[in-house]
Design a protein around this ligand. Structure first.
Ligand SMILES: [Zn+2]
Ligand SMILES: [Zn+2]
Length: 86
């Protein structure tokens, strides 16, 4: 997935590997490593908050240059895990 760019849909901020998100369980991790699922409590985040502009956007909207097949695959992963958790 090296040719896929990740950027905030609202302000174009590009997260790096060292940026961390905080879950409601207080765990900190890079949300793009796990398709927005907390590795500690398994919460699946549908929206991802930008660390620059602090706005929320659907996790999938952050991925640029994602082809349709890959986008559907990622959506299926997020939806399936969300169903399991809720
Ligand atoms: Zn968590
Ligand atoms: Zn932003």
């Amino acid at each position: 997935m090296s040719d896929i760019k990740i950027a905030c849909p609202k302000c174009e901020w590009e997260p790096s590997a060292t940026d961390l998100w905080v879950c409601t369980c207080d765990h900190r991790w890079n949300t793009f490593d796990t398709a927005a699922r907390c590795p500690n409590c398994n919460k699946q985040w549908k929206d991802t908050q930008c660390l620059a502009c602090h706005k929320y956007a659907p996790h999938l909207d952050w991925y640029r240059g994602l082809d349709e097949a890959l986008r559907k695959e990622l959506a299926a992963i997020i939806l399936r895990e969300k169903v399991n958790i809720d």
